[in-house]
Design a protein around this ligand. Structure first.
Ligand code: CS2
Ligand code: MG
Length: 400
């Protein structure tokens, strides 16, 4: 099966998405996601100007060889742009291989390890009452887990709460104020109030989004230990993974990390040192299905479980591919299910479903089960947008 054409489709049905479509001489096509939120056009150029010309004429079945060729041949390895570009090619080729075999992708990976996948939607509120209302609505839909994020008294828009949204209107990045002390005074109280409201069995997850210091993180993890959270996520930036030793020594609260990791090398130390409990690598930011299989198998040696990143700024293509990975991967943990704006479904057709009981079901269509309607995509042109940025009260640039 020869690759005859490959093109990038950029559209914005609710938010920007970058999709790679690879066509073959067998009349089959495969699609991959290349969306790097806030830097989308960097990956478009990387693909169009440097990668796609190298694909034409290659055997579409040679998934591993093409991955190795693109990774080693770049010389300048790793990084979010390179690995999102490689991921898009990889997921499109796995989609093609599964379609050529007339099998759902999970069958090609090794078959089903489970019938359904536990998932967690996002619950947020400008204040605690609004957050509790949102959680109650999710529980009424049968959900058994939720990520909980709340506005912080004294602060304006913050990450994860409406108004503190991921993508700002076209223009320049919004700047939000962050205050570690205000967060540290409020977060334990907020989480305790939520645990008190939902009882012991509903799973609670919280994303600190890289915003506090290691010793604060150690204190927070210790203070919330009695709440038995499903996890605390991204407590501190992990460029220096050693900082997680301080947090790990302070608490048995489970830790999740890795949505910003883009190769197994980023993951190695926190896995090998058993500094985390869930690895968040995704088929988008971490080099595709081919690479996250390696990460998952390595993590399994330390009984660390997978938790693919599933944010609204990753396209339905990644979500579909993640569910097939989740269906197969032996050390599955949980799948993020943040959802997309309604107009996204006008462009991307998916065949997965939610079972009404807190779990997701992958589809049985050949491939990863997601396709793009290019005519509909043209109705939603790209518009530059940014993630917000953050500063401390004294003006210090901080982690968003
Ligand atoms: C977040 C992401 O879903 C999550 O866990 O960390 O939504 C993250 O903020 C975005 O992917 C950044 O673009
Ligand atoms: Mg996160």
């Amino acid at each position: 099966m020869k690759i005859t054409a490959a093109r990038v489709i950029v559209c914005a049905p609710g938010r920007n998405f970058v999709t790679l479509k690879i066509e073959t001489d067998q009349g089959l096509h495969g699609i991959g996601d290349a969306t790097l939120n806030g830097r989308e056009m960097s990956v478009v150029a990387y693909l169009q100007d440097h990668v796609l010309p190298c694909l034409i004429g290659r055997d579409a079945h040679a998934v591993e060889d093409i991955w190795q060729y693109l990774y080693r041949g770049a010389y300048w390895r790793r990084g979010p742009v390179t690995m999102a570009a490689i991921a898009a090619v990889d997921v499109a080729l796995w989609d093609l291989k599964a379609k050529a075999a007339a099998l759902p992708l999970y069958q090609l990976l090794g078959g089903a390890s489970r019938t359904r996948m536990l998932c967690y939607p996002h619950a947020s509120g400008a204040d605690l009452p609004e957050l509790l209302e949102r959680i109650a609505a999710l529980r009424a839909q049968g959900h058994r887990a939720a990520r909980v994020q709340c506005g912080i008294p004294g602060l304006g828009a913050v990450y994860g709460v409406r108004g503190g949204g991921l993508n700002q209107p076209a223009g320049m990045p919004a700047e939000q104020e962050w205050d570690i002390g205000a967060y540290m005074r409020f977060a334990p109280h907020m989480l305790a109030e939520v645990r008190d409201a939902v009882g012991e069995t509903f799973e609670l997850l919280h994303d600190t989004h890289h915003r506090i210091t290691p010793i604060d993180a150690a204190r927070l993890a210790r203070e919330v230990e009695p709440l038995h959270l499903f996890w605390l996520e991204d407590l501190v930036p992990a460029e220096n993974p050693e900082v997680y030793r301080l947090i790990r020594a302070a608490s048995t609260t489970r830790l999740a990390l890795g949505e910003v990791f883009n190769t197994i090398h980023d993951c190695r130390e926190v896995i090998q040192q058993q500094l985390i409990d869930f690895i968040r690598a995704s088929p988008l930011h971490a080099g595709g299905i081919t690479h996250i299989r390696r990460i998952a198998d390595f993590a399994a040696l330390w009984q660390i479980r997978t938790a693919c990143h599933g944010a609204p700024d990753m396209s339905p293509v990644t979500f579909g591919a993640s569910l097939h990975f989740d269906r197969w991967v032996p050390n599955f943990g949980i799948q993020e299910y943040a959802g997309h704006p309604p107009e996204t479904a006008e462009v991307f057709r998916s065949d997965w479903s939610y079972d009404g009981d807190g779990h997701l079901l992958s589809g049985e269509a050949p491939g990863h089960g997601v396709d793009i309607d290019e005519v509909a995509a043209a109705r939603f042109p790209y518009r530059r947008s940014y993630l917000a940025t953050a500063r401390l009260a004294d003006g210090t640039a901080w982690n968003y």
